[in-house]
Design a protein around this ligand. Structure first.
Ligand code: NAD
Ligand code: UDP
Ligand code: UDP
Length: 328
């Protein structure tokens, strides 16, 4: 990043899983980082190692309310990301995506900042095209349990492109596919954290459905590198751009790998498949490769090694941690 030591960067959702890793990288680059978070799913623990850093400022704020600050760049990550968290208060989830986008776009417009939106593969819904290219419009249920997240993120993309066309804002829209790594929430019900915590505790591994559904898992360090590269692309590159790992695994394969890597004696058991659970998901990553010169390179086995080590430590510190399991 050119002149990064002069760059004032706002990270919304900066105390969350992805946001805290992004704050780390921006501080390493010499940026002034303003981290804004309402601590709904994030925590100061994720930033404990940098709370005293002279170039980090942490502000408790909800992005559904206006924010008046002076910055050069904005990474808009604020939004609960796991189904359990975003379905807990679905109205607030939609507000966070939509009102949050309007406020951050209004801010970007006033201070002429470049703005990145953390969009999601969920904009493709339960896709009928595989792998998913950026020009696929998706297959989304507008009234289901996942809709607050999927449709909120879709509307946020609409707002980003309308501010781009109407107000000539410099926008970057990244569609993030399933990402994992240290600082994931131990009890947000996501598959990687659930399986690791269950395996480490020697408790049953909860496989939803028959485990034949697929996902492509990106290691967090790879993803954050993609965020930074995308922010540096020329102004005429807006995205949307898929950001994820192209290696596809069934959920049953993931369960077996986690059991093997943790030397666990945990048994794999079946649980009902949640509603609207996408059957297949894998990014078409050609645009990211050509525009960002980037592809995710961390193999699943290596990323899992770091993630298992993180949860192993966390369980030693807080042994009562229990994963959330779908009971529907
Ligand atoms: P996370 O829940 O760990 O982080 C989200 C952060 O946003 C949390 O710190 C939370 O407290 C904060 N937040 C929520 N609502 C807010 C509000 N109204 N105002 C201010 N802060 C608020 O989730 P994450 O995995 O780090 O996801 C970060 C972003 O990336 C989200 O926008 C998510 O939709 C997107 N994303 C993540 C993934 C993934 O696999 N992790 C995949 C696709 C998209
Ligand atoms: N906004 C903000 N910070 C700013 C500027 C604007 O939070 O520095 C919010 C403000 O609440 C406004 C929204 O962004 O409602 C959209 O701003 P815009 O200028 O696009 O539209 P307005 O509603 O002001 O006409
Ligand atoms: N899953 C599972 N067991 C769990 C948690 C999740 O089998 O304990 C499955 C879930 O049904 C889905 C996949 O793993 O098919 C990924 O789920 P996650 O919630 O991590 O992400 P998303 O569905 O948003 O991709």
């Amino acid at each position: 990043m050119k002149d990064s030591y002069l760059t004032r960067v706002l990270v919304t959702g900066g105390a969350g899983f992805l946001g805290s890793h992004l704050c780390d990288r921006l501080l390493e680059r010499g940026c002034d980082v303003l981290c804004v978070d309402n601590f709904y799913t994030g925590s100061k623990r994720n930033l404990a190692h940098v709370l005293d850093h002279p170039r980090l400022e942490l502000m408790r704020h909800d992005v559904t309310f206006p924010l008046y600050v002076e910055v050069d760049q904005i990474f808009n990550l604020a939004c609960p990301a796991s189904p359990i968290h975003y379905q807990n208060d679905p109205v607030q989830t939609t507000k966070t995506s939509v009102h949050g986008a309007i406020n951050m776009l209004g801010l970007a417009k006033r201070v002429k900042a470049k703005i990145f939106q953390a969009s999601t593969s969920e904009v493709y819904g339960d896709p009928e095209v595989h792998p998913q290219p950026e020009d696929y419009w998706g297959h989304v249920n507008p009234i289901g349990f996942r809709s607050c997240y999927d449709e909120g993120k879709r509307c946020a993309e609409t707002l980003f492109f309308d501010y781009y066309r109407q107000h000539k804002l410099r926008i970057k829209v990244g569609r993030i596919f399933n990402t994992y790594g240290p600082r994931m929430h131990p009890n947000d019900g996501r598959v990687v954290s659930n399986f690791i915590v269950q395996a480490l505790r020697g408790e049953p591994i909860t496989l939803y459905g028959d485990g034949s559904q697929t996902r492509s898992f990106c290691y967090v360090a790879d993803l954050v590198e993609a965020f930074l590269r995308m922010m540096e692309t020329p102004d005429d590159f807006t995205g949307p751009c898929n950001l994820g790992n192209g290696d596809e695994f069934t959920i049953a394969q993931l369960a077996e790998l986690v059991v093997e890597m943790t030397n666990s004696r945990a048994k794999i058991i079946r649980k009902p498949l949640p509603s609207d659970d996408p059957k297949q998901r894998k990014p078409d990553t050609r645009l990211a490769e050509s525009k960002l010169g980037w592809r995710a390179t961390t193999p699943l086995r290596e990323g899992l090694k770091h993630t298992i080590a993180y949860f192993d430590q966390l369980l030693r510190e807080t042994p009562a941690v229990r994963p959330e399991v779908n009971s529907a």
